[in-house]
Design a protein around this ligand. Structure first.
Ligand code: ATP
Ligand code: MG
Length: 578
């Protein structure tokens, strides 16, 4: 294509609401435009790259034996009522009525639709296994859409669903998808980790997220350099031995005034004790009681681990775990927020493993502006149960091997999930087994964010001047920049190179715009096409074309009559690497 006729509206200014580089560069490079909060249009360059990402994903899905379908985006409420999610899914589900008053939603995901489809036509073990996928627009009314394509409300997802006769077979379907996701991430050139993830309220047994490492990622993950274990911090098991105190001699407890010192920082500086010697008491609500959770001052609570622990160890009903409100905290502790403590409190107390190891620590005194110091559990209060209740972080011990965790931030581009029979039970997706008995199908679901991937690629591949596309998903492979478009010899040579490259199957775009040299180079860096050829009157004079890769500072001259073959073979070599 010729840039002079293309719709590539580059901009000099970052969009006002942009916080991350992918959002800035994709808008400035003329790849996307916002229509409404979290809703984007894809312009010609952006859509070409999206289609290339789709092609890689489609190829790997097909290779893994999944079959492509296309399901409706609009879904009737009845199906969601069957699965229980019409109420459970909450306000992220965009609901609306048709003219007859029928209730519908715009699909945020397709478990219900696919389960309904499969139960209608799959009746026997002989028809299984089955894996169906689609690439389609989803809508989720995210509470905080942000970061451009990274967390949109409307976005493109590849979603696949596997159906098997038993859990073992479902696990092997899961493994095949896991492998396909690894191949996809490798082909896209990602620096990524496949990490263990929480199975959430779906309650399945296995789940991995594919996390692209980037400072701007919304997820936090840890990995162990010793054994390779990697997990979302919500999930990562911390290897601390329970029951070991730090060995210090117990000192007599005292009570001190701590006016207005509520946060760990404030208490720490007021009492001149490090956060590691302070225990914070967090009050959580379960379905029918409150619970005090004790954590070391510098640690962070992990609501997922806490909820699981309360269910398993204290036998409590926990539909969703919430922090108590200020008023509720006052009710339980008789003190304003910031002074809760474990001594003389009338609710169950659970402590993180690291608290078990502490002695002579500081706690709130359940009285305004007051703390107890040199407190010891066992002597001054009793703990109901001890467990791993916090978020893992760098420096924590790996529960698998005793190594020390490193931490990273990640962008979740994919998520694979062993669902088991959650949907097949509630929606009665059964098959007849070899004995003629009805059995629920065992399912898995597997999502990849196609449009989020576009943003993640930019997060990992850019410099101060713009995007640096990896070859397989660059909108075009080669940019032919023509400096003196008013010079007939130059234009003639440029046209010949352009046609020659196209003939060889190279995806080339020619910058034949009648603009200044400076802005051509600026746009070329901004747009980020992997290889740039530059042709001007001086080059034509000595029969040379300048060649420069976007990811390198070097530039070199190639004779005009050799350039087409040389470029074709170098582009092919880069494509093959992926
Ligand atoms: P997140 O935790 O980031 O909200 P999720 O767990 O809700 O993700 P899934 O339901 O597993 O995501 O969806 C599968 C994939 O769809 C995700 O891995 C991600 O790549 C993509 N995705 C999910 N939500 C969005 C969104 N709001 N914008 C763009 N892509 C998204
Ligand atoms: Mg989500």
């Amino acid at each position: 294509m010729r840039l002079s006729t293309m719709f590539v509206p580059t901009r000099k200014e970052d969009p006002a609401d942009a916080e991350v580089v992918s959002h800035k560069l994709l808008v400035r490079g003329g790849y996307i435009r916002m229509l409404a909060r979290g809703i984007y249009s894809f312009l010609p360059l952006g859509w070409r790259s999206v289609r290339k990402i789709e092609a890689v994903v489609r190829e790997e899905m097909n290779r893994a034996g999944a079959q492509e379908v296309h399901l409706p985006a609009v879904q009737p409420s009845e199906l969601w009522e069957e699965s229980g999610r019409w109420t459970d899914y909450g306000p992220e589900l965009l609901r609306f009525e048709d003219r007859k008053g029928g209730e519908f939603c715009f699909g945020p995901t397709h478990e219900e639709v696919i389960t309904d489809l499969v139960r209608g036509d799959i009746k026997s073990y002989k028809q299984l296994p089955l894996n169906l996928y689609q690439i389609q627009t989803k809508f989720r009314d995210e509470i905080r859409p942000r970061f451009g394509l990274m967390r949109g409300r409307e976005f493109v997802m590849k979603d696949a669903y596997s159906f098997d006769t038993d859990l073992e077979a479902a696990e092997s379907s899961y493994d095949a998808m896991f492998d396909a996701y690894e191949r996809i991430c490798n082909r896209l050139g990602f620096d990524f980790r496949a990490v263990e993830a929480d199975t959430g309220n779906i309650g399945g047994s296995r789940s991995h997220e594919f996390q692209v490492l980037a400072e701007t990622g919304e997820d936090e993950i840890v990995s162990c350099p010793e054994c390779g274990y990697a997990a979302n911090v919500e999930r990562a098991e911390i290897g601390v031995e329970a029951g070991e105190r730090d060995g210090a001699e117990m000192v007599e407890m005292s009570t001190v005034d701590t006016p207005e010192a509520r946060t760990i920082e404030e208490i720490s500086s007021f009492l001149d004790r490090p956060a590691e010697q302070i225990v914070k008491t967090l009050i959580y609500k379960t379905d029918d009681t409150k619970v005090a959770v004790l954590l070391r001052g510098d640690h962070q609570a992990n609501p997922i681990k806490i909820a699981d622990f309360l269910r398993e160890k204290l036998d409590l009903e926990v539909t969703s775990l919430e922090m108590a409100t200020d008023a509720e905290i006052k009710e339980v502790t008789n003190a304003p927020v910031g002074f809760a403590g474990p001594i003389e409190i009338d609710i169950p107390i659970v402590a993180d493993l690291s608290v078990e190891a502490m002695s002579n620590f500081v706690v709130g005194a359940n009285k305004a502006d007051t703390h107890h110091v040199d407190v010891n559990h066992g002597r001054d209060f009793d703990v109901t149960a001890v467990g791993d209740l916090r978020l893992a972080g760098a420096g924590d011990t790996c529960a698998q091997c005793g190594g020390i965790f490193e931490s990273h931030r990640g962008i979740e581009v994919g998520h694979v999930f062993l669902l088991g029979d959650k949907y097949s039970q509630s929606m009665e997706a059964n098959y007849l087994d070899t004995n003629g008995k009805h059995q629920p199908m065992q399912m898995g679901c597997y999502g990849i964010g196609i449009t989020r991937i576009l943003a993640a690629v930019v997060e990992q591949n850019h410099d101060d001047d713009g995007i640096i596309w990896p070859m397989p998903i660059a909108p075009y492979q080669v940019l032919l920049t023509v400096l003196h478009t008013d010079n007939d010899d130059v234009m003639q040579a440029a046209d010949a190179i352009y046609e020659g490259l196209k003939e060889q199957g190279v995806e080339v775009v020619m910058d034949d715009r009648d603009t200044g040299i400076g802005s051509k180079f600026k746009d070329s860096d901004l747009i980020g096409i992997p290889l740039r050829l530059t042709l001007g009157s001086r080059g034509i004079g000595n029969g040379q074309v300048e060649m420069k890769w976007r990811d390198s500072d070097e530039q070199f001259d190639v004779p005009v009559d050799e350039v087409v073959d040389r470029v074709a073979s170098e582009v092919a070599a880069r494509m093959e690497k992926h």
